[in-house]
Design a protein around this ligand. Structure first.
Ligand code: CA
Length: 237
């Protein structure tokens, strides 16, 4: 089982919203739809989507405000859906952190191409120090970022979305200590509880799934009071 990418669609025009959701579902993406800005912001923090399709003209707030708020804590790719003749709005949206825009009306091919590009680009930024999206591999553990697939000694490991996010974050920064706060911020956003309990629970589950002896981990080490460190990628050391 590979992890499907989740796209959050924030768009008040139901016809367009449904069209995008159907198109994405047909291309094997999961979708969450919101018809107001407030709803959209709530989903952003609660559902941890991989990409956002955002209409700028929403009934309760300006899409620009959503980009501003989101960019304070997240680099999630945002593609703005705009009407024709909204050049100023598009530029404004890009200036404050949107990744791309698509103009209504648009077709399936264009929509899918924009989404693929935005996701590829965001992976690249995350992977700054690692070339492309080459899988992480060390001591029999392989994390394939493109397929979102984790295997131990060629056996597939079934992780939840949150568990996968934690593992891939650590794998992309393998060999480095990643603090609890950084992980919590990256995975759950800034509105998550301050305490590390939820992270510890997830880590216990991850270890149960990937470590031969969870009490003596060989892939993900605890740096007491600081965070976690993943065994360094064999291709890096
Ligand atoms: Ca609208």
């Amino acid at each position: 089982m590979t992890q499907k990418l989740t796209v959050l669609i924030i768009e008040d025009e139901h016809t367009i919203c449904d069209f995008m959701a159907k198109t994405l579902n047909a291309h094997d993406y999961k979708t969450i739809t919101a018809h107001t800005g407030r709803e959209g912001l709530a989903y952003l923090t609660s559902s941890l989507p991989d990409l956002v399709l955002l209409d700028l003209g929403l009934p309760d707030m300006d899409g620009i405000e959503i980009i501003k708020e989101t960019r304070q804590w997240s680099s999630i790719p945002i593609i703005v859906i705009s009407a024709r003749n909204q050049e100023k709005e598009k530029v404004g949206a890009l200036d404050i952190g949107a990744d791309d825009y698509i103009t209504k009306p648009f077709g399936t091919y264009e929509l899918m191409a924009r989404i693929r590009t935005a996701i590829r680009h965001s992976n690249k930024i995350l992977d700054d120090h690692v070339n492309n999206n080459r899988p992480y591999s060390a001591g029999g553990l392989v994390v394939d970022f493109e397929k979102r697939r984790v295997t131990v000694n060629d056996k597939e490991v079934h992780l939840t979305r949150v568990e996968y996010k934690i593992v891939s974050l650590l794998a992309k920064n393998s060999g480095k200590v990643i603090t609890y706060d950084t992980i919590i911020n990256e995975v759950w956003g800034p509105y998550a509880d301050d305490n590390n309990r939820i992270l510890r629970v997830n880590m216990a589950n991850i270890r149960r799934k990937i470590e031969e002896t969870p009490g003596e981990p060989k892939y993900i080490f605890t740096e007491l009071g600081v965070g976690y460190r993943m065994l360094e990628d064999e291709n890096l050391s």
